[in-house]
Design a protein around this ligand. Structure first.
Ligand code: ATP
Length: 236
C-alpha cells in the first residue's frame, strides 16, 4: 500500500469539511475520487499534499506517517500534486516551467531523461517549449502542469480536476496520457467531477458526498451502479 488515509478530518475554522474519511491507494493503481461540487475533493487533496492541516486521523505514505510532515518535504518523498486551476508560471517558458518541477532533484542525467520523456508524452509542449506558459491554451497549460509534476519523478501523482474547463477532445487526450503515465510506472490519485471519464479509466474509485465516503469499488462496478449513474453520470 502506497497511501493510506485513516479516519481523516479537516476543518475550515469551525466548519468540518471532511468527517473522517479512509481510503487507500496501492502501488501501480489509478484511483479516482469523484463527487459533486463542495463534496470535499479538493480538501482531500490538500490534506494529502500537506497544504491543509488535519483536525483528526492519520495519513501514511510509503510506510511513513506523514500526517504532520511539511508539504515541501512530502514532495521530496515522492508525493506530488498538479494543482487545480493549473497554476503554471505564465512568464516562464514551457521548458523553464518543466525545470521548476525538478527543483528538489540533483541528478542532472535523470532530469534530462525525464524531460525527454515528458516531451515525448506531450508533443505539443515540445513544439511550444520556448513559448511563455501564459500564452498556451487551457488544454496545453493543463498538460504543462501535469508534465511539471512528472518532472519531480513522483511515486504518487495527485491530479486535481485534470479535465476542468477543457473541451471533450482534449479531456480524452489528457486521460489517455494519464493512463500512459500509469502504465510507465507512476501511481495516480485523481479527483474529478467528470465521473464518466474518471470511472472508465480508474482501477478503483471512491465516491465522496458532503465530506464522507459513501461508496467504493472498481471503476467498472461504479460505472454500472444505478445510483451512481443517476447521481453522477446523468443517466436515470
Ligand atoms: P469543488 O469541485 O467545487 O472544488 P470539492 O469537492 O473540491 O468541490 P472542497 O473545495 O473540498 O469541495 O470543499 C468542501 C467544503 O469545504 C465545502 O463546503 C466548501 O465550502 C468548504 N471550503 C473549502 N475551502 C474552504 C475555505 N478555504 N474556507 C472555508 N470553507 C471552505
Amino acid at each position: 500500500m502506497l497511501l493510506e488515509l485513516n479516519d481523516v478530518s479537516v476543518s475550515y475554522g469551525r466548519i468540518e469539511a471532511l468527517h473522517g474519511i479512509s481510503l487507500t491507494v496501492n502501488e501501480g493503481e489509478v484511483v479516482a475520487l469523484i463527487g459533486a461540487n463542495g463534496a470535499g475533493k479538493t480538501t482531500t487533496m490538500r490534506a494529502i499534499s500537506g497544504t491543509r492541516a488535519l483536525s483528526g486521523g492519520r495519513i501514511t505514505f510509503d510506510g511513513e506517517d506523514i500526517s504532520k510532515l511539511r508539504a515541501d518535504l512530502r514532495v521530496v518523498r515522492g508525493l506530488c500534486q498538479s494543482p487545480e486551476g493549473r497554476q503554471i508560471f505564465p512568464g516562464m517558458t514551457v521548458l523553464e516551467n518543466l525545470d521548476m518541477g525538478a527543483y528538489t532533484r540533483r541528478d542532472h542525467a535523470g532530469i534530462a531523461a525525464d524531460l525527454e520523456k515528458v516531451l515525448e508524452l506531450f508533443p505539443r509542449l515540445r513544439e511550444r517549449r520556448k513559448q511563455a506558459g501564459g500564452t498556451l491554451s487551457g488544454g496545453e497549460q493543463q498538460m504543462l502542469a501535469v508534465g511539471r509534476a512528472l518532472m519531480s519523478r513522483p511515486k504518487l501523482l495527485l491530479l486535481d480536476e485534470p479535465s476542468m474547463g477543457l473541451a471533450p477532445m482534449i479531456i480524452q487526450q489528457i486521460f489517455d496520457i494519464i493512463v500512459e503515465i500509469n502504465q510507465q510506472g507512476t501511481t495516480v490519485l485523481l479527483v474529478e467531477q467528470n465521473a464518466q471519464q474518471a470511472l472508465s479509466r480508474a482501477h478503483r474509485a471512491y465516491v465522496l458526498e458532503t465530506g464522507r465516503i459513501v461508496k467504493e469499488g472498481t471503476g467498472q462496478d461504479l460505472l454500472h451502479d444505478p445510483s451512481i449513474k443517476e447521481a453522477y453520470l446523468g443517466v436515470a
